[in-house]
Design a protein around this ligand. Structure first.
Ligand SMILES: [Zn+2]
Length: 286
C-alpha cells in the first residue's frame, strides 16, 4: 500500500525503528526491495535519482514504482531524491512521486530556505499532496557514482550547524530534515567518522524526523543507533549498486553459456538486491 513518507517514518520511529530508502535505477531492483519489505513485514522507500527523473523513461519508471507501491502488502513511498529544479520536480510528481527531497544544501542558507518554500508553495498551488524533505549542511561525494570521500572531505563539505536547525525547519516548512554529520555520498575512504555528538545536538532542536544519506559503508553497529537520535529514514545506494554489479560481473559468463539465460541472471540480481534490502531492514528495525 502506498503510504505518505512522513506517516511511514513517524510510525517507524514510534516503534524505535528507522525506514530504509533504496535508490532504484531500474524495476528489477525495486521489485527486490518491495519483496524484501513484504517478507519482513516492514515499510520501505523507493528513491528515484533526479537524473533518472529528468528523462521520459525515468518518468515511466516512477509511474511503475507507484503502481508497485500501490499493490504492495506493506507501506511503500516513492520519493524523488535530491531535486533542485522545478521542472524535474513537477514532472516527477505528475508521474507519481509522492515525496521529494528539495535539495538546496549547496546554496547559501537563505536561498536553501527560499527554494524549499517556493517548491512547497508551487506544489500546493497545484493541489499536489507531496511530502517534502529538505537538506541542511553539505554532503561530500556523488550520489550516482562511487568516488571515495574521506572524513576530511565530509567535514569540508560542511556539517549541519545545529544552531540553524530550529529556524530552518520553522521557515522551510519541510516534513523531514536530511543532515550532514560526517556521512558522505558514495564510498568512504578509510573509516567513516559519524559525528553522533552533532546529531544529538540536532535531534534535541527539532521534532521532525531526521534523515541520514550515504549510509553505505557505515557499520551496522553504528546504524542501529540512528532511530534513538530521531533518524527515521536512512538512504542506501552505493552498497546496493556495488553488490549487484559485482554479482553481474561474476555470473555473466555462466548465464551466457547457459543459452543466453537473461532470466537466470535477473533472478540472481533479484536475490542479491533482496538480501541487501533485507539486511538493511533488519539493521534499522528494533
Ligand atoms: Zn543523498
Amino acid at each position: 500500500m502506498r503510504t505518505r513518507l512522513d506517516t511511514l517514518v513517524v510510525s517507524a520511529l514510534q516503534q524505535g525503528s528507522a525506514v530504509p530508502a533504496f535508490t532504484c535505477y531500474d524495476f528489477t531492483t525495486a521489485l527486490a526491495v518491495v519483496g524484501a519489505a513484504e517478507q519482513a513485514g516492514r515499510g520501505a522507500i523507493l528513491l528515484v535519482a533526479p537524473k533518472t527523473a529528468a528523462t521520459p523513461n525515468g518518468l515511466r519508471l516512477i509511474a511503475a514504482l507507484r503502481g508497485l507501491a500501490d499493490g504492495a502488502s506493506v507501506p511503500i513511498a516513492v520519493q524523488l531524491d535530491h531535486a533542485a529544479q522545478w521542472q524535474v520536480i513537477a514532472d516527477a510528481v505528475s508521474a507519481g512521486a509522492d515525496s521529494v527531497l528539495v535539495d538546496g544544501s549547496s546554496l547559501p542558507y537563505e536561498d536553501n530556505i527560499a527554494l524549499v518554500r517556493g517548491v512547497r508553495a508551487a506544489l500546493e498551488a497545484q493541489g499536489a499532496d507531496v511530502v517534502i524533505e529538505a537538506e541542511l549542511g553539505g554532503l561530500a561525494g556523488d550520489e550516482d557514482r562511487a568516488f571515495g570521500a574521506d572524513a576530511a572531505g565530509a567535514d569540508a563539505a560542511g556539517l549541519t550547524d545545529p544552531a540553524q536547525v530550529e529556524d530552518f525547519v520553522a521557515r522551510a516548512g519541510a516534513q523531514l530534515l536530511a543532515v550532514a554529520v560526517g556521512n558522505v555520498h558514495g564510498k568512504y575512504k578509510g573509516e567513516p567518522r559519524l559525528r553522533w555528538d552533532v546529531l544529538q545536538d540536532i535531534a534535541v532542536r527539532t521534532h521532525i524526523p531526521l534523515v541520514l544519506h550515504g549510509a553505505s559503508g557505515i557499520p551496522a553497529a553504528e546504524l542501529v543507533k540512528a532511530a534513538a537520535m530521531n533518524v527515521g529514514k536512512v538512504n542506501f545506494n552505493t552498497e546496493l549498486r556495488t553488490g549487484v554489479l559485482a554479482l553481474l560481473e561474476q555470473r555473466l559468463a555462466a548465464h551466457r553459456a547457459d543459452g543466453e539465460n537473461l532470466q537466470g541472471l535477473l533472478a540472481e540480481w533479484d536475490r542479491e538486491a533482496r538480501s541487501f534490502a533485507a539486511a538493511a531492514l533488519g539493521t534499522l528495525s528494533r
